[in-house]
Each structure stands twice: as structure tokens, then as C-alpha cells.
Design a protein around this ligand. Structure first.
Ligand code: HEM
Length: 498
């Protein structure tokens, strides 16, 4: 059948993606083809949505059609035995997995993680004060300890902990296995129907099957560790304890649950780390911005205590800045949503939109990068203007739709929207509020400001450019308060240690 597809580049475009990040190529095509374009990548059809209307019409309102994922033969089917929900097709397995993610991280449950986030952020200040040249590791430990707390009710003291090193390695293997063009069966999955002895590509896949066996064993150990604590009645609430409560496993097998508990780490570490990192880069580069936030903090919080979550409502500038920082860079005309193209969806049925065919099995990107520049959503999108978030965000232009929850687009779309959104925003708020309350930030002596053009890509995440940071306590009380509070935090955090 001949389809009438959205316009777009034709021919073999795969080569384009070897020289520049995908979001830059998409941006070039967006300027040429507009709000919706399509192209072919090998045997796959790809459609890219570039404005709020198209993403809402399709990814949100037609969630029954647009909530699957493109098939990942090697990383998902073979390396993960089909068990990672992030890349699961729309269907029963994903639904059960997603219920558990929601149960463990929804807006209400997220409030229960504030205690650990608060305590860990106190240690974060202490560690920064001790050695700010290690800020990258310090932030990474903070973010990692929180996602492991959410998944298993267990904190970590060091990045050398096996729970960290193993999970990082698993994420890397998954990313390697998803590298386009690396495995022939990715392009031609039907080769897997050949009798085994004829599958000349098998040895490479057998190595991945070995890794899968090891992953399963290690993830089961992590689940069993949480189970022992749960049965002894000493577990902190976490996704693991919810899964162990009556009916909490949603009918999944233990191995499926064990894989589900690995999702917060895989999806939550680099993304949150990068969001906090970008905020620090912005504070370093635009000290006047930081100063304005600091005066708000001083008038709301004062000087004798650290900011807490209870202050959030009284800190409209800070919260607006955090939102705007996720999207735009001041003065540089650069944009930086941390997951610029979200994670691609796929259609599970044929559809028609605005006269264009979108066949079943099409990969569909909602481009966060393009939405940030969408004049129907943001008035004057090129200007860094936190004030746009000071009152509930009203979309600009003639766009009459509703932007749910005011600000979710950096977290993706529809039924697949990031389930970790609430905990991620909490980690970002408490760390930035406390860092800016406690310290003036500057590059170290002789060091230079970060170069915005050097954003780095890691998988689907856009990391800030490398930066160095020097922290200076803002007043005489800072060191005393951090010392006293971190001594207490260390004791209270023992409840998460095992
Ligand atoms: C600022 C930090 C974060 C950003 C910007 C972010 C962004 C995203 C995006 C864009 C998606 C894809 C949504 C889609 O398919 O349309 C996603 C999915 C996901 N995120 Fe996040 N995320 C963040 C933090 C977290 C955290 C902290 C967790 C867990 C603790 C998490 C867990 C997940 C999971 C499990 C999915 C897969 C959902 C599914 O396929 O159904 N994320 N995230």
C-alpha cells in the first residue's frame, strides 16, 4: 500500500547522524519541513512531532495508539529478555511494570522520600565544603543514593558500592547493545528465524545472553536483600516494599519485579544529575541570577537554618528559575532540555493525522527540543525569562490547549511520561536551594567559565559542559550549621544502611 506520509528528507539519511547529535539534525529538518516531518531509517519509518499541538493531539490524546516503543531486538529482547519496561512495547507486561513504577513514585508517595532527600542534601553540602573539586562525584553520589533509596530503601555511602558499579555497567551494556548498526539482527530481525547452526552472528549474541544471566542473578540478590529487611520489619518504604506487599507485584514474577526495581537507577541517575549540573552551570555563568535567588532565600529562610521542602511555596523565583534553566540558557540563544528528544514512542495501529498516514510500527519522536522553541507554547521563546513561570504557566499565542500540570514537557509524553518526575523535581529543588543558600559559586582561581557550546551527549541525555566550581560559604554561620546538621544526618541515615 502507498502511504501519504508527512514530508521530510528522502534517501539514505543514516549518514547524517554520524557527525552530529540527532537533535541537531532534527532541528535542521524542523526548520525546513515544519511541525511534523518523516523519514526512513533503514527499514523503519520515523515521524517527528515539533509543536505542542501535534504532541498533544497524538502522544497524549491518542495514547491507545501512540504509547508503544520501537523494537530493540538486541538491547531489549536479547540482552534484557524483554523485561525492561522502559523499552517494552505497549501491552500487558509494560502495564504491570508501569503500575509498580507509579505505585513507588507517584506524586503522593514522592513526598515520603523527602526525608531521605533532605538528609542526603545535608551531606551533599558537607561534601562540597570538604572538596568542591570533586563536585561531580559528590552530586552523583547524592542522586544515586536517592534513586536506590526509592528502589530498594537502601542508601549508599560511596560510588564504589556494588549496587552502583553493577548498575552502571548494566546501563552501559544496554546502551552499547542499542548502538544503531552494531548488530545485523537489529536491521533484519527475521534472521533470528534461521536454524541456530546457520546463525553466523550468534557468538556476539551469546555473550549478551551471558550478561543477561548475570543481570538476573544480581537484580534478584538486590530484591532479596530488600525482602529480608521487609520480613524483619525494618525496611524503609520503597518500590521494593510496595512490590512485596499484598498484590503489590501486580502479578509479575520475581524476576520481572527484580528488573522493574532497576529502572529508577537506569532512567533516574544521569537525567537528574544533568539537570542539577545545568543549574549550577547557569548559576556560575550568571552570578546576577544566583544573587537574586540568594536574596529570596535570605528573606524567606534567613541565616540560621537550611532551606527545607516546606519553603518551596515561598520561593517562587527559585522554582521558576529551575524550570527555565531546564529549557533555555540565558543570553546565549541556546537551549538545553536534558533529554532533548525524550524517548521515542511507536504506534501500535495505523493512524491518520491532518491528512497524513502514520502506519502501525512507526517510530514517533515528540521533540522536547522543538517544543521549547514553539512560539505557541512560549512567548518569545528565545529569551531566558524565568518570570514566565512565576504564575501558573499560560501558553502563549493562539494555542488553546491545556498544558497539564504546568510543566511536564521535559519529562516526555502521554502514558509513557516519566514516572520519576516528582522525585526528580524534589531532588533538584532541595539540592539547588541548599547549595545557593550556603555558597557563593565561582570558577576556581585561574579557572574559566563553562563553555555552553560543549554540552555532551550520553545516550539520550544531554550533559552540561565540563565545569569546575569553587564554593565559598556565604556567611559566618554556614559552616557551623552544615557541621551540626550533617553529623545528625549521618546518624539518621543509618536507617537506610544495610
Ligand atoms: C530531571 C530528571 C529526569 C528527566 C528530565 C526525565 C525524563 C524522562 C523522559 C523524557 C522520559 C521518556 C518519556 C516518554 O517516553 O515520552 C522518561 C522516562 C522514564 N523515566 Fe525519567 N526523567 C528524569 C528522572 C527520572 C527519575 C529520577 C526516575 C526514577 C527514579 C525516572 C524514571 C523513568 C522511567 C522508569 C521512565 C520510562 C517510562 C516508560 O517507558 O513507561 N526518571 N524520563
Amino acid at each position: 500500500r502507498k502511504y501519504h506520509l508527512p514530508p521530510g528528507p528522502t534517501g539514505n539519511v543514516a549518514g547524517e547522524f554520524t557527525n552530529a547529535p540527532m537533535y541537531e539534525i532534527f532541528d535542521k529538518w524542523r526548520r525546513k519541513y515544519g511541525r511534523i516531518f518523516s523519514f526512513k531509517l533503514g527499514t523503519r519509518r520515523v515521524v517527528v512531532l515539533n509543536n505542542i499541538k501535534a504532541t498533544t493531539d497524538l502522544l497524549d490524546k491518542k495514547g491507545d495508539i501512540y504509547s508503544s516503543r520501537p523494537r530493540l531486538v538486541v538491547a531489549h529482547d536479547i540482552l534484557s529478555g524483554g523485561k525492561r519496561g522502559l523499552s517494552s512495547p505497549y501491552g500487558d507486561h509494560w502495564r504491570r511494570w508501569r503500575k509498580l513504577q507509579h505505585m513507588g513514585m507517584n506524586g503522593k508517595i514522592a513526598l515520603s522520600y523527602r526525608e531521605q532527600q533532605t538528609l542526603e542534601s545535608t551531606l551533599l553540602l558537607h561534601e562540597l565544603l570538604t572538596d568542591s573539586s570533586e563536585h561531580q562525584k559528590v552530586l552523583q553520589r547524592f542522586v544515586t543514593s536517592i534513586v536506590l533509596g526509592i528502589a530498594y530503601g537502601r542508601r549508599i555511602d560511596s560510588l564504589n558500592d556494588e549496587m552502583v558499579t553493577y548498575n552502571y555497567n548494566a546501563v552501559l551494556e544496554y546502551q552499547r547493545a542499542s548502538t544503531p548498526g552494531k548488530y545485523i539482527v537489529e536491521t533484519w530481525p527475521s534472521l533470528l528465524w534461521l536454524p541456530r547452526p546457520l546463525q553466523w552472528f550468534r557468538p556476539a549474541l551469546a555473550a549478551l545472553e551471558k550478561i543477561r544471566e548475570k543481570d538476573t542473578e544480581v537484580y534478584m540478590n538486590f530484591l532479596n536483600g530488600a525482602k529480608e529487611r521487609y520480613e524483619a520489619g525494618i525496611a524503609k518504604d520503597s518500590m521494593a516494599t510496595y512490590s512485596l506487599s499484598k498484590g503489590g507485584n501486580q502479578g509479575m514474577t520475581d524476576v520481572e519485579v527484580a528488573y522493574a526495581l532497576s529502572a529508577p537507577f537506569s532512567a533516574g541517575v544521569d537525567t537528574t544529575l544533568s539537570t542539577i549540573g545545568w543549574s549550577l552551570v547557569a548559576a556560575l555563568s550568571f552570578p546576577d541570577t544566583a544573587t537574586r535567588i540568594q536574596s529570596e532565600l535570605d528573606s524567606v529562610v534567613g541565616k540560621d537554618r537550611l532551606p527545607t521542602f516546606e519553603d518551596e511555596r515561598s520561593l517562587p523565583y527559585l522554582t521558576a528559575f529551575i524550570k527555565e534553566w531546564q529549557l533555555r540558557a540565558p543570553k546565549t540563544k541556546r537551549w538545553r532540555p536534558v533529554v532533548p528528544l525524550a524517548i521515542p514512542h511507536a504506534t501500535s495501529k495505523d493512524d491518520v493525522y491532518d491528512g497524513y498516514d502514520i502506519p502501525k510500527g512507526t517510530t514517533v519522536y515528540g521533540s522536547v527540543d522543538a517544543l521549547v522553541k514553539d512560539p505557541e507554547l512560549f512567548e518569545d521563546p528565545e529569551t531566558f525569562n524565568p518570570s514566565r513561570f512565576l504564575s501558573p504557566h499560560k501558553p502563549a499565542g493562539n494555542w488553546n490547549g491545556k498544558v497539564e500540570g504546568e510543566f511536564t514537557m521535559p519529562f516526555g509524553f502521554g502514558r509513557r511520561v516519566c514516572p520519576g518526575m516528582h522525585v526528580a523535581l524534589q531532588s533538584t529543588f532541595i539540592s539547588i536551594a541548599r547549595i545557593l543558600w550556603a555558597f557563593d559559586l565561582s570558577p576556581p582561581e585561574g579557572g574559566s567559565l563553562p563553555d555552553y557550546r560543549k554540552a555532551q551527549s550520553l545516550g539520550k541525555t544531554r550533559l552540561p559542559p565540563p565545569y569546575q566550581i569553587c564554593v565559598r560559604p556565604r556567611h559566618a554561620e554556614v559552616e557551623r550549621i552544615i557541621a551540626a546538621e550533617s553529623a545528625e544526618a549521618k546518624i539518621r541515615l543509618k536507617e537506610w544502611e544495610y
